[in-house]
Design a protein around this ligand. Structure first.
Ligand SMILES: [Zn+2]
Length: 235
């Protein structure tokens, strides 16, 4: 558990998670952050107790509060539908050797479960590799690895991109991000992520990236195609 997390999902986003209003991809990235962040996990439990007490009659609110811990862990395990894998098998998947890293890392359980469908890494450009997960038909979800010293072309977002740092760190015009940080970028942000020490992230996009400078702009139709293809994989 990392106690120096600086960047967290908003209360609104946590509440949408607790109320079950998020698509699977977004639920996965929020819940993976919660596994790494004590304060968000405590906050989500409070929000859940509040939600439960508003669904049932007010007299039983206290009782539901006491049982919220157990309910909550079941909820996290249920986010990723993957019938072939039992929850007791997830524990074994958590410690993973991601072949591009030269060390193994501990993934949040919900991500380990999601990744149990198998990760196919693709080298994109300039030291960046991606492995997509197909979780729903509204988001593009991928692990992104940036090799030490590499950078992503300047881009903006048409929707929003939620990124969770899993290992290492990266920086952009707005700051430096370390393991467990949860970053949201949208159309207001034109940014260029780069990583000195190398970085593994999990990112969830709800519409295609748009590169804004130079030759990288030629990639925009590819980004749109990739988004369309990823989101049409899940019925
Ligand atoms: Zn947090």
């Amino acid at each position: 558990m990392n106690t120096e997390v600086k960047l967290h999902p908003s209360t609104e986003l946590l509440n949408q998670f607790v109320q079950g209003e998020l698509v699977t991809g977004k639920s996965v990235v929020v819940s993976a952050h919660m596994e790494l962040c004590e304060s968000c996990s405590a906050k989500a439990k409070e929000l859940q107790a509040l939600a439960v007490s508003s669904w049932v009659d007010p007299g039983s609110a206290l009782q539901s509060d006491q049982s919220s811990e157990a309910d909550y862990s079941n909820m996290v395990a249920g986010i990723v539908k993957s019938p072939q894998i039992k929850s007791e098998q997830i524990e074994a998947l958590v410690e993973v050797d991601i072949d591009i890293l030269n060390h193994s890392i501990k993934l949040p359980k919900v991500l380990a479960k999601a990744a149990s469908q198998g990760l196919k890494w693709k080298k994109v450009a300039g030291g960046i590799s991606e492995a997509q997960l197909f979780l729903d038909n509204e988001t593009l979800c991928e692990f992104i690895y940036m090799a030490p010293g590499c950078q992503v072309p300047v881009h903006t977002h048409q929707g929003s991109e939620s990124t969770l740092v899993l290992d290492g760190s990266f920086e952009d015009e707005l700051g430096e991000y370390k393991t467990s940080d949860f970053i949201i970028r949208d159309a207001q942000h034109n940014h260029q992520p780069r990583s000195e020490e190398g970085c593994l992230c999990f990112a969830v996009l709800d519409s295609p990236l748009r590169f804004t400078e130079g030759f990288a702009k030629l990639m925009n139709p590819v980004n749109r195609y990739k988004f369309k293809k990823a989101t049409s994989r899940v019925a």
